[in-house]
Design a binder for this molecule. Structure first.
Ligand code: ASP
Length: 345
């Protein structure tokens, strides 16, 4: 059997940054010396090609145009390679993984994002192991098909479904969490794939690379004392099409009638409002559970169930980009498109 062909796309981020001697801040450099940093690459037994996606960015500069370009780059090389690894800054990696999962429809090859908390060139870097393992997993086949056929994040021994993750920690190596979906694999002395959790399509369909997103989406986090005039300003923004509302616990919000009026007017004006929980550690929105949540359901706010905020924002941008009618977006938001939320029967 020939070696698997893996394309590694470097987009920027700590993993390939170096210290600017003048400003003493980390900035991205072009990734041509990666092979020197990673002599063990040859042991993987894959044909690995590295490509920069220019301009390299700190992932704080990620946006829908960047996601569309990245999806297009993967689409353009899709037939030439068996798998893809994307090196990306950790700050917004969960957004990019979620966005890619929506933009790449019918994916049947691995797209694995990884990065690091410390740059590759430093002694304690986590980058080396993250890259090597991500590439090894992307090259993994079973019964002549890739084991992974979806967008994932590999970080510190965990392989996660990308659209289920969020960045949980700014300094620990174990930086990502997937509170509402099990790991796809755990990497210890052996790589243990959890096949029951991994998306697996029997029939391979042609990849569709979507190239439209609409960023008329706002994210509003509730907090005690939030002033209704702030909300009014946001919900009346010209062109606004959708709002992700981060509520308390199982989807609860203040019972203040003014607050209810603003939300109702927005829903009546066709704005799609999706209720997600602020609880990062897990759980789901159940708007019928408390009166405060039920009021939101009565107004016409949609439950985001166990969606992460990252998946909710990018799913809306994706759907708004495909559908002109907000009523269609409302309907599609309530189904799981790429395994991003758990629909209980
Ligand atoms: N600021 C960096 C970025 O997200 C941090 C990192 O890579 O971990 O690009």
């Amino acid at each position: 059997m020939d070696n698997r062909k893996i394309l590694v796309i470097y987009t920027g981020g700590t993993i390939g940054m170096m210290m600017d001697p003048e400003t003493h801040t980390l900035k991205p450099f072009e990734f041509d010396n990666i092979r020197q940093q990673l002599p063990m690459l040859d042991l993987i037994g894959a044909d690995i090609t590295f490509q920069d996606m220019l301009p390299l960015i700190d992932s704080s500069d990620t946006n829908p145009d960047f996601w569309i370009r990245l999806a297009a780059m993967i689409g353009c090389h899709y037939d030439e390679y068996d798998g893809f690894v994307v090196l990306h800054g950790t700050d917004t990696m969960a957004y990019t993984a979620s966005a890619l999962s929506f933009l790449l429809e019918n994916l049947s090859k691995p797209v694995i994002l990884t990065g690091s908390q410390l740059p590759l060139g430093v002694i304690r870097t986590d980058g080396r192991r993250n890259i090597l393992n991500a590439i090894a997993i992307a090259a993994e086949y079973r019964d002549d098909r890739p084991v992974i056929q979806e967008v994932c994040i590999y970080f510190q021994n965990n392989l996660f479904r990308g659209n289920r993750t969020y960045k949980d920690d700014a300094s620990r190596f174990n930086a990502f969490m997937s509170p509402n979906y099990h790991n796809l694999a755990d990497v210890n002395t052996t790589v243990e794939f959890h096949y029951a959790n991994i998306h697996n399509e029997e029939v391979v369909k042609p990849l569709i690379v979507h190239d439209r997103m609409d960023d008329h989406v706002a994210l509003v986090k509730l907090y005690p004392g939030i002033r209704t005039e702030f909300l009014e300003t946001i919900f009346r923004t010209p062109g606004l099409r959708a709002v992700v509302l981060e509520t308390y616990g199982t989807g609860n919000a203040p019972t203040n009638p003014e607050f209810g009026r603003i939300l109702k007017e927005a829903v009546d004006a066709g704005i799609v409002i999706v209720n997600v929980t602020q609880c990062k550690g897990g759980g789901r929105v159940e708007m019928g559970r408390y009166l405060t949540g039920k009021k939101l359901a009565d107004i016409g706010i949609i439950s985001g169930l166990d969606l992460t905020t990252e998946a909710a924002v990018t799913k809306l941008m994706y759907l708004l980009g495909q559908l002109d009618d907000n009523a269609d977006v409302r309907r599609e938001m309530q189904g799981s498109l790429r395994g991003e939320m758990t629909i209980e029967s």
